[in-house]
Design a protein around this ligand. Structure first.
Ligand SMILES: CC(C)(COP(=O)(O)OP(=O)(O)OC[C@H]1O[C@@H](n2cnc3c(N)ncnc32)[C@H](O)[C@@H]1OP(=O)(O)O)[C@@H](O)C(=O)NCCC(=O)NCCS
Length: 187
């Protein structure tokens, strides 16, 4: 951790995208600072508990996903980070075997949702997850992306409000024993 924080400033640089009178706001993280790093790493542990090595954001790679080439949005409630969503241009994953199923690879028109998490006690109520996702999608469109994609458990994708296209079903996604769908949504 010490080595990681050597090159980063004390305070994150964020752009506040939306704020409510209930101490809730959504921020675009433009530059990670030492102040937000512990919260982000803590929340990321919850992701690893569910997905193991497949979605692993830790001290070693956190800056790879939270930087100016990605689209990381934070949900903050009462000054504490309660969740985040990270979009990464699809081409970043071109070494991964699943990428070859996406005919948009190398067209630079797709943002891949790498991670989306809200802390347990803030899920389902309050609309935090919905607001975070909505803002992320609007911004991705604003930045010129035409499609958003991601891997989602089939049980969840069928509840998406928006229409999505199934690109490929993976019956046992990275050993989770759960069928996951690689979906595409038009922005
Ligand atoms: C995924 C998560 C952030 C959703 O938050 P929530 O408070 O449970 O939110 P809701 O059920 O109210 O859903 C909010 C929106 O997120 C969507 N959603 C749920 N899971 C999603 C996923 N994996 N990817 C993209 N969107 C997802 C819902 O469909 C809904 O959007 P819609 O109304 O436009 O269809 C939350 O359940 C969570 O943190 N889960 C654990 C981590 C996880 O499995 N993340 C997904 C893989 S990275």
């Amino acid at each position: 951790m010490e080595q990681l924080t050597l090159n980063i400033s004390n305070k994150s640089e964020v752009k506040i995208i939306a704020a409510s009178s209930y101490n809730f706001q959504i921020e675009l993280l433009e530059k990670m600072g030492k102040d937000d790093l512990p919260d982000i790493l803590n929340i990321s542990k919850e992701l690893s508990e569910i997905y193991g090595n497949h979605i692993m954001i830790d001290e070693r790679n956190v800056m790879k996903y939270f930087n100016e080439n990605t689209l990381p949005f934070l949900a903050r409630y009462n000054k504490k980070i309660i969740g985040y969503i990270i979009g990464v241009p699809l081409e970043h994953f071109n070494e991964e075997s699943w990428c070859k199923y996406d005919t948009n690879l190398n067209k630079k028109n797709t943002i891949y949702t790498y991670a989306f998490i809200i802390k347990k006690k803030h899920r389902k109520s309050g609309g935090y997850g919905k607001t975070l996702k909505m803002i992320y999608l609007n911004w991705a469109k604003k930045r010129g992306f035409e499609f958003v994609t991601g891997h989602v458990a089939q049980s969840i994708v069928k509840n998406f409000k928006a229409k999505v296209e199934t690109i490929k079903v993976f019956s046992n996604w990275y050993g989770t024993n759960i069928p996951f769908e690689y979906y595409r949504r038009k922005l």
